[in-house]
Design a protein. Structure first.
Length: 89
């Protein structure tokens, strides 16, 4: 999870040079979720149980967030420097 000012974390998806730095450190493709405006969750597709843990974290954040802060329960994958909805195999 990344933290900034507890309000704009979701906007970090738009900062390409940040992801250019993260991607080499994550095994597999970079996976992210922004369940609330103040939360961004990341993992790699080859992190053991990473996607399952990410999905549980999405549920937890969604349940605990104020409705006005909730954004999406979607899981995203970064391919060719852009984000796409992740279709799990």
């Amino acid at each position: 999870m990344l933290a900034m000012d507890q309000n704009l974390e979701s906007s970090l998806l738009l900062v390409d040079h940040l992801w250019d730095q993260f991607e080499p450190q994550l095994p597999g493709e970079t996976i992210a979720a922004v369940p609330a405006r103040d939360t961004i969750l990341i993992t790699g597709t080859e992190v053991p149980d990473g996607i399952a843990l990410l999905e549980r974290a999405i549920d937890t954040v969604w349940e605990r967030s104020e409705q006005r802060l909730q954004l999406s329960r979607s899981v995203l994958v970064r391919r060719s420097k852009s984000w796409h909805v992740f279709d799990q195999p």
